[in-house]
Design a protein around this ligand. Structure first.
Ligand SMILES: NC(=O)C1=CN([C@@H]2O[C@H](COP(=O)(O)OP(=O)(O)OC[C@H]3O[C@@H](n4cnc5c(N)ncnc54)[C@H](OP(=O)(O)O)[C@@H]3O)[C@@H](O)[C@H]2O)[C@H](O)CC1
Ligand SMILES: [K+]
Length: 469
């Protein structure tokens, strides 16, 4: 899985411990962290007067290193603290700082503010007086930098434990944390930069969704080897038609729409198969079907549940969306094939899984394990969880995606990528990435059909070297 690693506070501590076990002293890692952060601040802020706020722990220690290194570049730097430094490394960093140390309560503002008050060690909301002091110093600064995390956010779930200010840049140390990718904490910083400080994150199971590498069809490909997608329509075939178009433009070799009502205006390349029976038995018995999609426009009630049951009896890899997710409450998860993608938004997620506790990452993970399927928890930042523990979190997608039919487009795209790759997690990651990129290309105020039209360019942009169009 590609994409920057996302580690919880406990995982970060374990990764640090592994590094220290190789003989690298903790203080050396703090020096590295401070050096990378100071270089980034120097690049943006140059010689502007700078105030570094240092807390009691190692986040504060990073702050002292940053202050010292900026000062050696000629930057006029002041440090203000909340009191004593409480860890050995923070005390060492403080000892090496030979400039002034103010009390945070009465220090003067500066043009640049560096927040090194609290990082992954924050265990509770910071008190009101300190939080308000941080906001007022940040408000008076031209640019604000958060070291590792904005002080006042919960590392593992992105909740705000007190009211933090906004930042121009957050410098994540060693790895991203959930608070860098989950709202509301993730929305506090205009830019989040991950600084490499030598921590090995290669085994991280949770990652930011990275750009996929796609391949053009093989020279000897034909429509079946590229992937046959069957889309099962229901009461409202328009939504299924949209999903079928998306599957066709998403890379499938062949798309069949199994529908009770003929649909006019569809591209001729999409083959419609009349199916007046809710059991769809014959239309779906073709062993060449590489991915089945059911849900868009399916409708609810007994007929819909029967359609889902019948569609899933064939064991084809499947994408379950919209109303079909609600039907799963009746059928149970045992009906799902070995390769399945479920695409709930938050409301459908709650309806399907009930009250699952924990962070959104943990909830998506538990849902994937319970249903033994890849779950795409759709939102501004979608979370893709696999039963084996892998999780990918997408960067925020265009808010113009909040328009009718875009869920159907994503479902069709998932089906296409599942048919092409045969791998549900990879397919879900590719689909979410391509959907986000197509939305970016479609610009403002697009409708779902234009999103589909942007898919080929999004795919072309991700083709591996050597792939030809
Ligand atoms: N990732 C790395 O490899 C490295 C990270 N570094 C930096 O270290 C911090 C984590 O440092 P840590 O010392 O564990 O924690 P903090 O500095 O965030 O804060 C802990 C101290 O803060 C006190 N605390 C916690 N909550 C509050 C609160 N609400 N109000 C007041 N004080 C609070 C806490 O005291 P307790 O009473 O809770 O015990 C601690 O004294 C990480 O984020 C990086 O910036 C290192 O540089 C090494 C490399
Ligand atoms: K901080």
């Amino acid at each position: 899985m590609t994409g920057a690693a996302i580690l919880s506070a406990a995982e970060m501590r374990a990764a640090e411990a592994e590094l220290f076990a190789t003989g690298i002293p903790e203080y050396d890692v703090m020096e590295r962290a401070g050096a990378v952060a100071a270089a980034l601040i120097w690049r943006v802020g140059g010689l502007r007067d700078t105030l570094v706020l240092c807390g009691p722990g190692n986040n504060g220690g990073d702050g002292f290193v940053i202050a010292r290194l900026l000062r050696t570049q000629g930057v006029p730097v002041r440090v203000a603290t909340t009191g004593d430094s409480r860890t050995p490394s923070a005390r060492q960093a403080r000892m090496l700082w030979d400039g002034p140390v103010d009390d945070i309560g009465d220090t003067a503002p500066a043009t640049l503010l560096v927040d090194a008050l609290f990082g992954t060690g924050l265990t509770r909301g910071i008190d009101d007086a300190l939080a308000s002091r941080l906001r007022s110093l940040a408000g008076a600064a031209r640019k604000c930098f958060a070291i590792d995390l904005p002080s006042g956010v919960s590392t593992d779930d992105g909740a705000l434990l007190s009211v933090p200010p906004h930042y121009d840049m957050c410098i994540a140390l060693g790895a991203l944390k959930p608070a860098h990718v989950l709202a509301p904490a993730a929305d506090l910083s205009r830019q989040i930069v991950c600084a490499d400080i030598g921590i090995d994150t290669s085994s991280a199971m949770t990652r930011l969704l990275g750009p996929p590498i796609l391949h053009a069809p093989a020279r000897d490909a034909h429509k079946y080897t590229r992937g046959l997608v069957a889309v099962v329509a229901g009461d409202m075939p328009g939504a299924a038609a949209l999903a079928a178009c998306s599957a066709a433009h998403g890379g499938a070799g062949y798309v069949r729409l199994v529908t009770p009502h003929p649909i006019s205006g569809l591209p001729h390349a999409i083959i419609q198969i009349a199916d007046h029976e809710p059991d769809s038995r014959n239309a779906l018995s073709d062993a060449r079907i590489a991915a089945l999609l059911i849900g868009p426009g399916l409708g609810r009630g007994a007929a819909a549940v029967a359609r889902v049951r019948a569609a899933l009896t064939h064991g084809h890899p499947a994408v379950i969306d919209a109303d079909a997710l609600l039907a799963l409450r009746e059928t149970g998860f045992d009906l799902l094939p070995g390769k399945a993608i479920l695409t709930p938004h938050m409301g459908e997620f709650d309806a399907l899984y009930g009250q699952v506790s924990g962070t959104w990452l943990a909830r998506a993970q538990e849902a994937a394990q319970r249903s033994k399927a890849v779950v795409i928890l759709k939102g501004a930042r979608s979370i893709i969880a696999a039963p084996d523990g892998r999780i990918a979190v997408s960067s925020p997608a265009s808010s113009w995606l909040s328009t009718a039919g875009t869920g159907d487009v994503l479902a069709g795209l998932c089906a296409a990528r599942l048919a092409v790759t045969g791998d549900p997690f990879r397919a879900a990651c590719e689909a979410v990435w391509l959907d986000g990129d197509a939305a970016r290309r479609a610009g403002a105020a697009f409708v779902a059909d234009q999103l589909i039209a942007a898919l080929p360019a999004a795919i072309a942009a991700r083709l591996s070297k050597g792939s030809s169009c």
